[in-house]
Write a protein that binds this ligand. Structure first.
Ligand code: NI
Length: 211
């Protein structure tokens, strides 16, 4: 079995909660389960770690990463820094096709009622705006933050009682980006992410589940 197949199966199991947060994944057990040597398993685990789905913990090895918890404000604070910079670098290089992609995603988000899909589309929308930033390492970090949020929303969005989310933030942000007004765009992005912090902090303080 190829490394990519193992990676895909493990990713899906983490995303839908079959492999719960904090669970240690043992290379030898997985190799036996998949009927392969340890090498492709090790590679798959490394990929999932790079995507922020696994964390290497001393003495335990690779464990399923926690969802955003009490440090939501810190998590989002870092995201504001990373994503503002990615947006700033990307704006002068974005093309018409990128604007079209972003608009198509907003329209899809307005129709979507499945929370899993909404998290994925939100990540794709943001990445479309950052996509032309030339710093690949920065883009990877920005995408990791979005993936972390996507995972949190999968488990919690319905419990947060947000229902159908308005896409006003995304539309305003896209309009500023289209005008290549970097200052306004960064300001709107910051407000948008700040709203995320507020919603998640409020939800967690009311005792929302976070594992
Ligand atoms: Ni968003």
């Amino acid at each position: 079995m190829a490394r990519s197949v193992i990676e895909e199966r493990l990713r899906n199991a983490i995303l839908d909660g079959r492999l719960p947060c904090g669970l240690a994944l043992r290379q030898q057990e997985l190799a036996t389960l998949f009927g392969v040597s340890r090498m492709p398993v090790r590679e798959a685990l490394r990929q999932l770690e790079a995507q922020g789905l696994l964390q290497v913990v001393h003495h335990k090895g690779a464990v399923v990463a926690p969802l955003i918890t009490g440090d939501a404000a810190e998590t989002y604070g870092l995201r504001i820094l990373l994503e503002s910079e990615a947006l700033r670098l990307s704006i002068p290089r974005l093309r018409e096709a990128d604007f079209d992609t972003a608009l198509t995603i907003i329209e899809a988000l307005e129709q979507e009622t499945d929370f899993k899909e909404m998290g994925r589309l939100n990540r794709l929308f943001h990445m479309a705006l950052y996509s032309q930033a030339p710093n690949q390492r920065l883009l990877r970090l920005a995408e990791q933050g979005l993936a972390e949020e996507e995972r949190f929303l999968r488990f919690n969005l319905s419990a947060m009682g947000l229902g159908k989310l308005s896409q006003d933030d995304h539309r305003d942000l896209l309009a500023a980006v289209r005008q290549r007004d970097t200052t306004l765009a960064v300001e709107l992005l910051t407000l948008h992410l700040q709203r995320g912090i507020d919603a998640i902090t409020r939800y967690l303080s009311q005792g929302g589940t976070h594992d």
